[in-house]
Ligand binder design. Structure first.
Ligand code: SF4
Ligand code: SF4
Length: 223
């Protein structure tokens, strides 16, 4: 390390200060003269990258309320309630059994880490492509997905999108959500069937009975 006299150190500090300011200003100046790109949001849809982790997209009709997502959440911000056990009916790809009484996420705590999506056995919780949510208090940051399901929605919509005449891309994106292309259930593309299944998830339905043959085989295996 080079030692300076007190006067030398004084001038050395001045030199370093000026040098670091110039380095910073060089970067700023480069952008001052660069071509600006202004996206007229919300009139124009923002470009969202495919792996973007936005507000969740939740398929209530496939949820078996197993709590795996809630248990894997590092900040405990997922709340789930049901009236009884649920399981996916293999014939329809839709969950049946007890009613989903609550599936909520507190976005004032969520850190968009996506850890809740991986352990889901029915692949019904995904990171969505909505990046924008506003509210007037903390309570409005808690999204009740069961309430959204009553309106046929699978992801929260920002307040401005709920106005009377949102831009055209909003409606197009809402339609995309309903025919969720990455969904592996049998309802993909059939929006009316999906809406019905979403409403059905809010009511208790009968579980399909196991065929007797399967029951006997299961009993044998247990022995
Ligand atoms: S979203 Fe998936 S992991 Fe979470 S309760 Fe529903 S089925 Fe289980
Ligand atoms: S994204 Fe992370 S913090 Fe948010 S609900 Fe999922 S696990 Fe919890």
């Amino acid at each position: 390390m080079v030692r300076h006299s007190p006067a030398g150190e004084y001038f050395h500090n001045i030199f370093n200060t000026v040098r670091t300011i110039l380095i910073g200003m060089r970067i700023s100046l480069k952008y001052c003269f660069a071509k600006t790109v202004t996206l007229q949001y919300p009139d124009r849809a923002p470009a969202i990258q495919p792996r973007y982790r936005g507000f969740h997209f939740y398929e209530i009709e496939k949820c078996i309320a197993c709590d795996m997502c809630a248990k894997s959440c590092p900040v405990d911000c997922i709340y789930i309630d049901k009236t009884g056990p649920r399981k996916v009916d293999k014939e329809t790809g839709v969950a049946v059994g007890g009613a989903m009484t609550r599936y909520a996420i507190d976005y004032s705590k969520c850190m968009f880490c996506a850890l809740c999506t991986d352990p889901c056995p029915t692949h019904c919780i995904h990171m969505g492509n909505i990046h924008d949510m506003s509210g007037y208090d903390r309570e409005s940051m808690i999204v009740e997905f069961t309430e959204l399901a009553k309106q046929g929605l699978q992801t929260p919509r920002p307040l401005w999108m709920q106005k009377a005449h949102p831009p055209g891309w909003v409606e197009a994106r809402s339609q995309e959500w309903l025919g969720f292309e990455h969904s592996d259930d049998k309802l993909t593309g059939d929006q009316e069937a999906r809406r019905k299944a979403m409403l059905k998830a809010l009511e208790a339905t009968e579980m399909p009975k196991k065929p007797k043959k399967e029951k006997k085989e299961a009993a044998k295996e247990e022995q």
